[in-house]
Design a protein around this ligand. Sequence first.
Ligand code: HEM
Length: 161
Amino acid sequence: MVSKSPVWFLLASALTAGLLLQLTSVRAATTPLQDPDTEDTEEHEETPMEKQMERVEDAMRSLRRSVRKPESRADSLAHVQECQEGLLLAKELEPMMLARIPEAEKATFKRDFRLGMVEALETYLELERALLEERDDDAKDLYKKAAGLEDPAHEIFTEDG
Ligand code: HEM
C-alpha cells in the first residue's frame, strides 16, 4: 500500500518538520525581544505628559491635512489651539527621564526641556498668526517647522529617543 511506503513516511516527516520550523520563526519575529538586564520593555501606565503629547500628535495629524486647504482654515485654527493647549500643560510637567539624570545636571535638563517647549509653543503661535492673516504658504512652512521639532526633542528628553 502507498501509505505504508517509507518514501511517504519520510516525505510527511519532512513536511511536518518544515512547518514547525516556519511557525517557530514567525513566532520569533513577532515576539518582542526581552532584555533580562533592563526593565525597558515593561509596560508603564501612561504619564500625564504622554497624555498631553498624544493630544498634540492627534491634532497634528488632522492639521497636516487641513493646513493644505485654505477653505479649512477654521479647522486648522482649532487643531493649532489643541496643540498649544497640550504643550502648555506638558510644559510644567517633569519628563520621566529626569529621574535618570545625575543630580548635578537636573537643573540644566529641566531648563532645556522648558526651553524646548517654549520653542514649540512659539512655533504654534506663529502658525496661528499665519492662519489668521491668511498667509497659507507660511502656515504650511510653519507646520513643517513644528513637526520637525518632535524628533530632536525626543532624542534629548526621552529614553527611547
Ligand atoms: C511638536 C510635536 C510633538 C509631538 C507630536 C510629540 C508627541 C509625543 C508623543 C506621541 C509622545 C508619547 C510617546 C510614546 O507614547 O511613546 C511623546 C513623549 C514625550 N515627548 Fe513629545 N512630542 C512633540 C514635541 C515634544 C517637545 C518639543 C518636547 C520637549 C521639549 C517633547 C518631550 C517629550 C517627552 C519628555 C516625552 C516623554 C513623556 C514623559 O517623560 O512622561 N515632545 N511626545
